[in-house]
Design a protein around this ligand. Structure first.
Ligand SMILES: [Zn+2]
Ligand SMILES: [Zn+2]
Length: 340
């Protein structure tokens, strides 16, 4: 007997999330959030050393790129292919964000793209309607509430490719280890740096809990804010928007309207001036030979999708056409290489 093709499998697992599962998820949401609420009184009472800022920034950078470049653009959408060490590194780095195991994240996100602001989308802010009360409730649902839903997205249906992949499934199964590392490694570094228990506790608080909470709410704002407020510069079949003010903390993920208009594109901030840190790091990985088959923006295709909001805007330097032209120039024996 052969296995059923993924397309006829149910989209929701028959076994719902248990009470224990939902309790654990609640703790992952609430405890870091409480740390953020306590941050001002704690800073007032004990101060915030530059040491803890450095450790927190480093962990934010690694875990944030792990989510944007790893979980999202590489594993969910296949925007580029990656050498095994990079693939493994991105999977582990994304797990440090404490946003759940890799395969759970990918399955939910692929279901989001399949239904995007329609029935079946796990986290649309338009779920309850368009009135002010319904939108306020929808905002909270899209931001956090959906994670406590009893329904579990089927991984067999939405990510059989990653279930069959030894690196991705191993990273996903070992999530509890990376969750512990994410909270304890900052404490260890802080303790060794100051050679004190107080230093370990302070680093655990700032670079563990507060850093996790900040990244949580930036990622979740892409689900909530970037389907509610902002500019619609490209045609997509949903309510996704671009938000410049979230571009740097989200590593470029807040150019979410472009992302829904062209989900496999490796750069989301495709217009001139739209900062996309994740795309820049992907370009470095490509130049180092660690990433290839990168799906850089296709200007001709995207121009057809532009709305009147973006008609006069120009594209950023990193599009497939421009990179190909600069490669061709660099290959000519009489010319110097041109940086994109
Ligand atoms: Zn979306
Ligand atoms: Zn996506």
């Amino acid at each position: 007997m052969t296995a059923a093709p993924p397309s006829i499998l149910p989209e929701i697992e028959p076994e719902p999330n248990t009470v224990i599962d939902r309790l654990v998820i609640s703790l992952f949401i609430i405890v870091p959030l409480l740390a953020v609420l306590a941050a001002v009184p704690v800073a007032w009472r004990f101060g915030l050393s530059w040491r803890n800022v450095v450790i927190a920034f480093a962990f934010y950078l690694v875990s944030g790129l792990g989510i944007s470049m790893g979980f999202h653009r590489h594993f969910t959408h296949g925007s580029f292919k990656a050498a095994r060490p990079l693939r493994l590194g991105l999977g582990i780095a994304g797990s440090l964000a404490l946003e759940g195991p890799l395969l759970v994240w990918v399955a939910d996100h692929r279901r989001h793209h399949k239904y995007s602001d329609r029935i079946g989308d796990p986290h649309s802010p338009w779920r309850f309607g368009t009135g002010p009360g319904a939108v306020a409730r929808g905002f909270l649902w899209a931001h956090m509430g959906w994670m406590l839903d009893r329904n579990r997205t089927s991984q067999r249906r939405f990510c059989p490719d990653l279930q069959a992949d030894s690196t991705a499934s191993w990273v996903s199964q070992t999530f509890p280890v990376w969750a512990a590392v994410s909270l304890l490694a900052p404490a260890l570094i802080g303790g060794l740096w100051t050679m004190s228990l107080a230093g370990a506790l302070a680093a655990f608080f700032w670079a563990g809990l507060v850093r996790v909470a900040l990244l949580h709410h930036v990622t979740w704002s892409v689900n909530s804010v970037c389907h509610l407020f902002g500019r619609r510069e490209f045609q997509s079949r949903d309510m996704s928007t671009n938000n410049a003010w979230l571009a740097i903390p989200s590593f470029g993920e807040s150019w979410h309207n472009l992302h829904h208009a062209d989900p496999t594109c490796a750069r989301h901030g495709v217009l001139r001036g739209q900062v996309d840190i994740c795309a820049r790091v992907t370009r470095w990985a490509e130049l180092l030979g660690l990433a290839w088959d990168v799906r850089w923006p296709d200007e001709r295709r995207l121009r057809q999708k532009m709305t009147s909001v973006a008609q006069s805007r120009r594209f950023s330097g990193m599009t497939s056409d421009r990179l190909a032209r600069s490669r061709a120039r660099a290959d000519r024996p009489d010319s110097k290489p041109v940086a994109p």
